[in-house]
Design a binder for this molecule. Structure first.
Ligand SMILES: Nc1nc2c(ncn2[C@@H]2O[C@H](COP(=O)(O)OP(=O)(O)O)[C@@H](O)[C@H]2O)c(=O)[nH]1
Ligand SMILES: [Mg+2]
Length: 418
């Protein structure tokens, strides 16, 4: 549940209105059709009180309100209400079709407009000219498209805890912060990444632990990548070992194995590390610590022995952690791109021959038909000009259509005239 798919759609623009001014004793009042209202936007909000994407399991479709149609007396239609989608801080939103990041909700409390509502169509009052005093047509509002997005929660913390299950990561988090993670028991824990703030002599930093379920699921079947997703956006790793080997594994083998997983994951292997040798209160730990130090001789990897059980060793560990953080650059959010327009170009269409009928097929065609008033000569002329501009007339001619042949566009049929 740290990645989900949602669909969202901004509101359509309202249609422009066809209306004529009416008043007693006023004959042939001028056109006064108002414009359609703008459709509502879809907005993301980084909610500091939300910690999972679980809500999206129950609701995954989001539609902002449409703009209302315009009306007489030059009344503009009401604007569609915006729709706000709350997401946890650290949610990265990708366009499903292209995979590009369209939003990184990195800053708590920040908002981002994901999709803009469609523009309203012009009412007929805009189309009056000296030679066309009674325009009998208006423009439809812009119809928006449905988009599919992938949401992924990428926790943001300064420091991430990594290590095998049961080495004591959650216990350490509870010792150095006021967070209350589930310890030694994976059941009934949620997927909320465990975060805590370490307050160390005025230098605060955020520490992230791996959520229980992910960690538990990884046990025995290789650790898998899921547990590393939660420490991806950190600046420093605390690599925790059970230095007593109390679970029957060798701490040095564990250390190498976790580092192999970090390398396989990618950029995490470049993340600076501090090695934390936990469970120093148990037998064999002192001896194993010496072996580990010998193993790391010649590297500059810092090693800190601690016991989360007796709370020993944390002063030195936290000092070193805070000092190291001071030297590291701040985290950067992902670069955001605009939501790619999935709308096929307005001029993408095909001419297919259906018996004797030439059919013009394309996503924009029905919309074009809907915007024409076939009773009105001006509107028809505009329609004809648009077809010419889009290249439809040429395409029909190329397909063999001649004067008087039947052409079908959307749900209308016409005689072909050059
Ligand atoms: N003796 C001892 N036990 C510890 C220490 N730290 C953690 N444990 C125990 O080790 C078990 C696993 O700890 P937990 O924090 O859940 O490990 P995690 O899976 O890495 O998060 C629990 O039973 C803890 O009580 C320690 O320093 N000494
Ligand atoms: Mg744990």
């Amino acid at each position: 549940m740290d990645h989900v798919k949602i669909t969202a759609k901004a509101g359509n623009g309202g249609n422009g209105s066809v209306s004529f001014h009416r008043e007693k004793f006023v004959l042939n009042g001028g056109p006064d059709g108002g414009d359609g209202g703008i459709g509502g936007d879809v907005i993301l909000f980084a909610d500091p009180n939300m910690h999972t994407l679980l809500d999206f399991r129950f609701k995954s479709k989001y539609t902002a309100e449409n703009g209302a149609d315009g009306s007489g007396g030059r009344c503009t239609g009401k604007r569609g209400e915006n729709l706000t989608i709350k997401v946890p801080v650290g949610t990265v939103v990708r366009d499903e079709a292209t995979g590009v990041v369209v939003a990184d909700m990195f800053e708590p409390g920040s908002s981002k407009t994901l999709l803009r509502g469609g523009r309203g169509g012009w009412g007929n009052s805009h189309f009056a000219t000296p030679t066309r005093q009674a325009p009998n047509f208006a423009k439809p509002g812009v119809k928006t498209e449905m988009h599919t997005f992938l949401l992924e929660l990428k926790t943001i913390a300064d420091v991430g805890l990594v290590g095998y299950p049961n080495v004591g990561k959650s216990t350490i988090l509870s010792v150095v912060t006021s967070a209350k993670p589930k310890i030694g028991n994976y059941h009934f824990t949620t997927l909320t990444p465990n975060l805590g703030i370490v307050r160390h002599y005025g230098k605060d930093f955020v520490l992230a632990d791996i959520p229980g379920l992910v960690e538990g699921a990884a046990e025995g079947v290789g650790l898998g990548y899921d547990f590393l997703r939660h420490v991806e956006r950190t600046r420093l790793l605390l690599h925790v070992l059970d230095i007593s080997g109390s679970e029957g594994r060798d701490p040095i083998a564990d250390y190498e194995q976790i580092n192999r997983e970090l390398t396989a994951y990618g950029e995490l292997s470049q993340r600076p590390q501090i090695v934390v040798c936990n469970k120093m209160d148990l037998p064999d730990s002192a001896e194993n610590l010496e072996r580990l130090k010998a193993h790391l001789a010649g590297t500059d990897i810092p090693v800190f022995p601690v016991s989360a059980a007796t709370h020993q060793g944390f002063e030195a560990l936290l000092d070193a952690t805070a000092k190291r953080l001071d030297t590291l650059p701040p985290l950067q959010p992902f670069a955001e791109e605009e939501v790619p327009l999935p709308t096929p170009a307005i001029d993408s269409f095909a001419v297919v021959k259906d018996g004797e009928v030439y059919e013009v097929d394309g996503p924009a065609m029905q919309r074009l038909i809907d915007s024409v008033n076939f009773e009105d000569e001006e509107s028809m002329n505009w329609f004809h000009r648009t077809l010419r501009r889009w290249g439809v007339i040429d395409a029909l001619r190329q397909a063999g259509a001649g004067e008087g042949d039947t052409v079908r566009i959307g749900d209308m049929e016409f005689d072909f005239v050059e």
